[in-house]
Design a binder for this molecule. Sequence first.
Ligand code: NAP
Ligand code: G4F
Length: 331
Amino acid sequence: MKDMKKAFITGITGQDGSFLVEFLLKKGYEVHGMIRRASTFNTSRIDHIFQDPHSINVRVFLHYGDLTDSGNITKLINQIKPDEVYHLGAQSHVRVSFDMPEYTADTDGLGTLRILEAIKNSGLPIKFYMASSSEMFGSSPPPQNEKTPFDPRSPYAVAKVFSYYATRFYREAYGIFACNGILFNHESERRGETFVTRKITRSIARIKAGLDKKLYLGNLKAKRDWGYAPEFVEAMYKILQHSEPDDFVIATGQMHSVEDFLQESFAYAGLGDWKKYVEIDPRYFRPAEVEVLQGDFSKAKEKLGWEPKTKFKDLVKIMVDADIKNLNNKQ
Ligand code: NAP
Ligand code: G4F
């Protein structure tokens, strides 16, 4: 339909992509997403909104692609002609980036450049959102805001810093409406199972069901600013609707340690003292760690009218309840 806005999401099958496509459909968008070919289905987070392309009034379209394939990216941008690109696709696991630094740089760094170049060469007035990360701040002391210097501590963060500056550069040099959302950690019932919050809540469900006895973790002292993902994808949308292209920190301003998360979640699940279940496995330590992240989101509050709603304790409850329910449904 002529007046319907079109969005193209890379990383549509991920946690954030799945919430963003739901959000944009409610706003009346036609949504296109890039998916990777895999030998097993990788669309479980978006299966509930899948629309058969043969039916009428379809508003969700999936396209095979990969961030390492510039020909494919150029073709998709020229075919879809989106009004807005939300670039969320990435090898997003910090620990894994130490094992696969070159692949991470290719996907998370050069992948961004490939999209920006395709947008520039298309000549179309496409707005671009870059999923930048609080990991870029590394060991810069908290609270971190848009003016805090970057000090990346992983191949993942190095690649994200590259993408952050590429986004700014294409804005300044070519006048593209290109923006960075510097998002602090955001979690949900759809969070990947190997990130620490979800690893904990999933393990709680398994321990309660008698399937596991122990949970093996790494650094419990690290502190993160954990928010709720559906609220964070709304910020992405607001960033692209702002009157001018700009960069924004999106966070809750509250900081908790991994130990705090263990304490809160095990107690809420009725399992008592987490220390009975948790063991340290050095394989989960990182060659370099980001110890403390706490975001100052005042610019987003003032300019976008965005602020987080879900508090830490409620986030823990949402995730524990969902994992217990998931497991019960499977059994
Ligand atoms: P996620 O759940 O890991 O999703 C990543 C998405 O990227 C998936 O759809 C994945 O596809 C896709 N992808 C990975 N490699 C790709 C490649 N080579 N080509 C095309 N697609 C590829 O991540 P998320 O938590 O939703 O995060 C979304 C974005 O925000 C990421 O860029 C992440 O780095 C960034 N970020 C996340 C957070 C956070 O706390 N969640 C905070 C700051 C920034 P498959 O499903 O096929 O694997
Ligand atoms: O849950 P994590 O793996 O998330 P991390 O490294 O903060 O990265 C996430 O947030 C970033 C935003 O700041 C995103 F850009 C990135 O894509 C990703 O979404 O680890 C959180 C903390 C770390 O300090 C880690 O060392 O938890 C510690 N941790 C302790 N034991 C563990 C474990 N992390 C994982 N994944 N697994 C453990 O067993």
